[in-house]
Design a protein around this ligand. Structure first.
Ligand SMILES: *Cc1c(COP(=O)(O)O)cnc(C)c1O
Length: 458
């Protein structure tokens, strides 16, 4: 070890000396842990040559206090190495840099959330998304609530209370987290009228089920569930015509809101929001944090006459979206004005769009960074990533993973060690190794993985 480095290391203040100076609002145990963490970080910075001058004792104290705060948060950043892009347990979609800036700007200051700058009078928080969503989907109007479950509930409570709702038997599904279509219809005050059979539902089935009491036809995207083989459902066009002939709305719970054609990335065809509206749907609901790649939200687009009614529903007040989400949503939508920008700037789309070749380059880079970790065997392995969030459930994306194997720890033990690292790393196990799927890991996270593995195996 060069003398300069040795000297720097020996000049580091001791844990006890630093601890005496830490603000006493923190428990001793937490303070000690944070102090040791920061000293380890500094030692590593010195050893790797990124630090050639020591910070002053005061600066180190500030760093420890910052670390203390970080350690205390329960909801924290993690590294998603599972390869599942829209991972519901890991917060679904992560937001883009541009969105982060806009959210900071509007939430760290006052904003015109419910204030009309043109007239100086009270405005509506729901007005901010209207022009951009119209531009992107040609919808007459838009309304946003907390999540898509709330969007479906609001639409049904407004349009089908005390009325019958026609749904195909093949679409009476439960979506993750116990969101059950039959229960949502019932709890919004409607009555379910099951139409057709599990695998085949014809237009005539809907026709026959229509009565004076019918309030709407509901279509539901079956998301993470598929009926394959001998199946049939009527075209949206036909269904819309039928609903309109009785002056009824066709409501479509699309689940994952798609704005771009993803076929160039090898994904099967799924209609975009715009296409579904063109086919005659009157009300379409979808999530903000699935394929759209924005914050958690439920978005309702469609005919003005129906959305106006929803705006007057008391329930809307309870489901109302907050300003941070609204701001993040507007910023996310704005990225879609340029398709190319959306595909690179929105992390969810960017990750889905990565080719096997691009994954290989990332995997080689990460594997290279890990080759000096002692007692660890690092290999590159082909595997498959999932999209997640009920979107494209059967479609697997060919990917490349960095596989970690060690004589020192079993696969389960290493997985746990990764999970409790400074920034937790969530891996998946296959054939007794921990796979780090690079599809969902940002390159800026590679040094964190390297650091954690060095610590685990030091
Ligand atoms: C995901 C999903 C929902 C629930 O949406 P959240 O935003 O999670 O509330 C409802 N319907 C369908 C078809 C879905 O795929």
């Amino acid at each position: 070890m060069p003398q300069t480095i040795q000297k720097l290391l020996s000049n580091l203040p001791s844990v006890d000396c630093l601890l005496k100076q830490i603000d006493s609002i923190y428990s001793h145990g937490l303070a000690k842990e944070a102090t040791q963490q920061v000293l380890t970080q500094i030692r590593q910075e010195v050893l790797s040559g990124t630090r050639t001058v020591l910070e002053t004792e005061n600066e180190i104290i500030i760093r420890i206090e910052k670390q203390l705060k970080e350690n205390q948060f329960s909801l924290r950043r993690v590294i998603n190495a599972t390869g599942t892009v829209i991972h519901t347990n890991l917060g679904r979609s992560s937001l883009s840099q541009q969105v982060q800036q806009q959210v900071a700007e509007t939430s760290f200051h006052y904003s015109n959330l419910e204030f009309d700058l043109a007239t100086g009078k009270r405005g509506s928080r729901y007005s901010h998304l209207v022009s951009i969503v119209k531009k992107l989907t040609q919808a007459e109007d838009v309304l946003v609530v907390n999540n898509n479950a709330a969007a479906v509930l609001l639409a049904l409570s407004t349009l089908t209370q005390n009325k019958e709702v026609l749904v195909s038997r093949g679409e009476l599904v439960e979506i993750g987290g116990a969101f059950r279509i039959p229960d949502v219809i019932t709890s919004s005050g409607g009555t379910i009228v099951e139409v057709g059979t599990t695998n085949k539902t014809h237009l005539t089935d809907y026709e026959r089920a229509m009565t004076e009491e019918t309030g709407a036809i509901l279509k539901v995207h079956t998301s993470n569930y598929r009926i394959v083989g001998f199946t049939e459902t009527p075209d949206l066009n036909q269904l819309a015509k039928l609903a309109h002939s009785q002056k009824l709305p066709l409501i479509n719970d699309l689940g994952s809101g798609l704005f771009l054609d993803m076929r160039p990335f090898g994904l099967p065809y799924e209609p975009t929001i715009k296409e579904v509206l063109e086919q005659g749907c009157d009300v379409v609901t979808f999530s903000g944090d699935k394929l759209l790649g924005g914050p958690q939200a439920g978005i309702i687009v469609g005919k003005k006459e129906y959305i106006e009614k929803m705006k007057k529903n008391q329930l809307l007040r309870a489901l109302r979206i907050d300003k941070l989400t609204l701001s993040a949503l507007e910023a996310t939508f704005s990225l879609y004005l340029d398709e190319k920008e959306a595909l690179t700037a929105i992390p969810t789309l960017q990750m889905i769009g990565l080719s096997e070749q691009e994954c290989l380059a990332k995997a080689e880079y990460l594997a290279g960074m890990l080759k000096d970790v002692p007692n660890l065997t690092v290999k590159i392995e082909k595997d498959h990533s999932k999209i997640g969030g009920g979107s494209y459930p059967e479609h697997l994306l060919p990917t490349m993973t960095v596989s970690l194997m060690s004589k020192k720890y079993s696969a389960d033990h290493l997985q746990e060690k990764l999970r409790v690292a400074g920034t937790p790393i969530i891996s998946r196990i296959k054939n007794d190794s921990n796979l780090l799927d690079v599809r969902t890991i940002d390159e800026t996270e590679f040094p964190m993985i390297q650091k954690s593995l060095m610590e685990i195996f030091e």
